[in-house]
Design a protein around this ligand. Structure first.
Ligand code: CA2
Length: 141
């Protein structure tokens, strides 16, 4: 199984500020964690990060016919992007949403997730482990 793992804006800044919310490990550590999880679970992953909404939309579109599923942490675009929601609906690949933090216990604007409306499941507040749970979920589908 070949899974596309997408990360949205500012996740490349992990570990630099707000460790109480996002932890103290950096983005390179997240990539390593997901690669290790994929190896353990027996799937292939392509892990990408962009600060640009259109780039994320392009990558979702390009996943059609190339990947078996998508794990996505759209970061701030979670709460704003109908474009990412529409792209996920358009390709109709099984998708799982991940958030490092528990968005439901944070500011009210983080309680709405557009991308989540096209996802089969959301893992939130589990830190890096949420990505592994998302891979497991897709493999068990
Ligand atoms: O909890 C998550 O994974 C989020 O998707 C992270 C986003 C946030 O906008 C979402 O509401 C929840 C933020 C990504 C990283 O932001 C940083 C902020 C300060 C320092 C480093 C990263």
């Amino acid at each position: 199984m070949n899974i596309l793992v997408l990360n949205g804006p500012n996740l490349n800044m992990l570990g630099i500020r707000e460790p109480e919310i996002y932890g103290d490990r950096n983005y390179a550590a997240l990539v390593q964690f997901v690669q290790d999880a994929a190896q353990e679970l027996g799937c292939q992953v392509d892990i990408r990060q962009s600060n640009h909404e259109g780039v994320l939309v392009d990558w979702i579109q390009e996943a059609y016919g190339r990947f078996d599923g998508i794990v996505i942490n759209p970061a701030a675009y979670t709460h704003t992007s109908v474009a990412i929601l529409d792209a996920l609906k358009a390709v109709a690949l099984p998708a799982v949403e991940v958030h490092l933090s528990d968005v439901d216990s944070r500011e009210p604007f983080r309680h709405i997730s557009y991308a989540g409306m096209a996802c089969k499941k959301t893992f939130k507040g589990l830190g890096f482990q949420g990505y592994k749970e998302a891979l497991k979920f897709l493999l068990e589908l």
